[in-house]
Design a protein around this ligand. Structure first.
Ligand code: PLP
Length: 352
């Protein structure tokens, strides 16, 4: 072993869902939106003067997008932090807010990036078990003595949404530390703690353009919080990377927010297909957790999750399976178009 080996940081990285580089698959494994971004986004990109905008660095303050989001959510511009996907926003949040000797708390079954960030930054953490129905018991988060709290609401990969009052209990019980609420799927549940940001100076709400805005490839996420917290995140971010959002992504994001009707209509489409999917899967012997997201988390009464996933894959249908404690007999299935879901149901009929 070379001498330098001992100085190398060793991490177990997060493993994202597969991105097969072929087009004839039905991809229900990474919670992408089955619909394209708004036509306004395509138009904004077509109208961009790429020669100039790519020659220069993008606006490091992302002012255009901050102004747009400030108007949309009715908050001051200096209460918004913008990053390269909400993964970047969350990573900066971990680095900025979790500098205590006490453990940061999050559920045992949640977004599997949280423990990865905690480990790479050397942040102590504790995973609090969800109950048997994969629901958070808020009392577990009212114990004091912690370095912060991270909650995904709705949760992933379970899809379970907690009502805003319960999230508020957790925020209120932890006024001395920062509570990060990851609302990647909140547009599908309609539940958000954004209205609480004036009431609680320890609350950080994180959102993304990747799911409900169909812009995963553009890499845009943001946080909304009090000015002091946003300033702290900006200082940390500016110490790592000054230009996180490309000029094209900025223009596309502004255009997306400008077309609210398209945005809301596509959310309704997904929710309608989700309701149908739940019924069709239950009819085929699946238990389906209640979903406030654009995916369902399911387990089958007879056939194992791995077998179903493998056999779907042979039919070019990709769903997500996690080899993790408590959930290794579950599948996370993204809601696609009605046609894609029909193909899924037909494939399941063959398999089961
Ligand atoms: C998809 C997802 C994210 C991150 O998505 P980005 O593409 O980085 O914005 C964050 N949290 C949860 C729970 C997610 O499911």
């Amino acid at each position: 072993m070379p001498e330098w080996e001992k100085n190398i940081r060793k991490v177990d990285p997060y493993v994202p869902g597969e991105q097969p580089q072929v087009s004839d698959v039905i991809k229900l494994n990474t919670n992408e939106n089955p619909y394209p971004p708004s036509p306004a986004v395509i138009k904004a990109l077509e109208e961009m003067k790429i020669e100039e905008s790519y020659r220069k660095y993008p606006d490091p303050t992302a002012k255009s997008l901050k102004n747009t989001l400030a108007g949309y959510y009715g908050v001051d511009r200096d209460r918004i932090f913008i990053g390269s996907g909400s993964d970047d926003v969350l990573a900066i949040g971990f680095l900025t807010f979790f500098n205590s000797d006490q453990p940061v708390l999050f559920p045992d079954v949640t977004y599997s990036f949280y423990p990865v960030w905690a480990k790479v930054y050397g942040i102590p953490y504790e995973e609090i078990p969800l109950d048997e129905g994969f629901v958070i018991n808020t009392d577990d988060y009212e114990r004091g003595n912690c370095g912060g709290v991270v909650i995904a609401n709705p949760n992933a990969p379970t899809g379970v949404a907690m009502d805003a009052k319960k999230v508020e209990k957790i925020i209120a019980a932890n006024r001395d530390v920062i509570v990060v609420v990851d609302e990647a799927y909140a547009d599908y549940s309609g539940v958000s703690v954004l209205p609480l940001i004036d009431k609680y100076d320890n609350l950080v709400v994180v959102r993304t353009f990747s799911k409900s805005r169909a812009m995963a490839g553009a890499r845009i996420g943001f946080a909304i919080a009090g000015k002091r917290l946003i300033k702290a995140m900006e200082d940390v971010a500016q110490s790592i990377n000054s230009y996180p959002i490309s000029s094209t992504s900025l223009a596309a994001a502004v255009a997306s927010v400008g077309d609210d009707k398209y945005f809301r209509d596509r959310i309704e489409d997904v929710i309608r297909t989700r309701a149908r999917t739940v019924l069709e899967l239950k009819r085929r012997g699946f238990s389906v957790l209640p979903s406030g997201t654009n995916f369902v988390f399911v387990t089958h009464a007879v056939k194992s999750a791995v077998d179903i996933s493998d056999e779907l894959r042979l039919r070019n249908i990709y769903v997500r399976h996690f080899s993790l404690p408590r959930i290794d007999n579950y599948l996370r299935i993204t809601i696609g178009t009605d046609n894609q879901m029909n193909d899924l149901f037909a494939a399941i009929d063959e398999i089961i």
